[in-house]
Design a protein around this ligand. Structure first.
Ligand code: 13P
Ligand code: SF4
Length: 315
């Protein structure tokens, strides 16, 4: 008989809650996770909030329902805790588009630059950076860099262009992008705006410039969520991954949220294929099997910790 654990006939929610208690575990989930994962999580947040939660948790085990770089950041901050991720393949196009060996050459060619790097990158790239940032705190961090210091911003060129406009700082950009936020079609958004003239367009800064130009508000996932709660409008076109709409609907049940359409409406390209690798079943299995676990070389962890701590100090 096989001793492999299967999930037939199991109430996953109930089992996860039981295991959380037994393991003294905390389940952290990003806003782009499936709604059923968000609903069972101890905390749902954006990448900055999740990094902060990971830093201050007193749980023994962190289950990170998000993508690999997020769980890896939790491990960098918590070397002595067990950090589990439901699916080890949950990557990110930005992290994949910035290999450490190429980033190292980029940096070494420009030694006088401050390297500010978006948290959507690997531990190796973090270790080569001066300061990490997220979309919530990037502007604040850039504004603290002395004006005579040149800046390298990696790896998202769309967020980088947006920040150049916001801060007025020239920055050299790495040419990376998010496959989800680049999928939104300006033409289709404009058609939607004509059909829903009352709806405000809200967008994540990872979107391309033509989409951002039409936005009524631009912000990180948590800033978008806050905006819909505080703004008096009744409907919103949401140009970010559709997972966030779950929290928007919970916070504002009387408002209408319209997902911004991708270029090809026959695909679900406005859903992150990496985030959506995680399922409730995989959350249960990773807790039960204590696998997959995030494991990091200690020397690398120490180097990657420095720019993350700098970010936490500066934001
Ligand atoms: P936030 O920092 O807004 O959560 O964004 C994370 C992300 O991966 C956006 O695509
Ligand atoms: Fe990466 Fe884009 Fe997915 Fe965010 S939505 S995790 S940036 S691929």
């Amino acid at each position: 008989m096989s001793d492999l654990i299967t999930t037939t006939d199991i109430d996953l929610r109930e089992e996860i809650l039981k295991l959380k208690k037994e393991m003294n575990a905390v389940l952290l989930a990003h806003y782009y996770q499936e709604s059923e994962i968000q609903d069972i999580a101890d905390f749902v947040g954006d990448s900055l909030e999740l990094a902060r939660k990971a830093k201050f948790t007193d749980a023994d085990v962190i289950i990170f329902a998000g993508v690999h770089f997020m769980a890896e950041t939790a491990k960098i901050l918590n070397p002595n805790k067990l950090v589990l991720i439901p699916d080890l393949e949950a990557s990110c196009s930005l992290a994949e588009g910035c290999p450490a060996d190429e980033f190292k050459k980029f940096r070494e060619a420009l030694p006088e630059h401050v390297a500010i790097t978006y948290i959507n990158c690997t531990a190796e790239v973090k270790a080569l950076s001066d300061i990490i940032c997220t979309s919530s705190n990037a502007e604040k961090i850039i504004n603290q860099i002395p004006s005579d210091k040149p800046i390298l911003f990696s790896p998202d060129r769309n967020l980088g262009k947006f920040l150049i406009k916001k801060t007025g700082r020239e920055m050299l950009l790495w040419e990376g992008s998010c496959i989800v936020h680049e999928t939104f079609s300006e033409r289709k958004i404009l058609e939607l705006k004509v059909r829903h003239p009352e709806a405000k367009l809200i967008a994540h800064p990872e979107c391309e410039e033509p989409v951002l130009l039409h936005a009524d508000f631009i912000g990180s996932t948590s800033q978008l969520l806050k905006f819909v709660q505080e703004d008096s409008s009744k409907s919103f076109i949401v140009a970010t991954e559709t997972g966030i709409i779950h929290q928007m609907k919970k916070a504002c049940p009387d408002k209408i949220f319209i997902p911004a359409p991708p270029q090809d409406e026959s695909c679900s390209c406005n859903e992150c294929p990496y985030m959506k690798l995680n399922t409730l079943e995989k959350v249960y299995l990773c807790m039960k099997n204590k696998f997959p676990e995030i494991i990091l070389d200690e020397q690398l962890r120490i180097k990657a910790l420095r720019p993350i701590e700098k970010m936490l100090e500066m934001s």
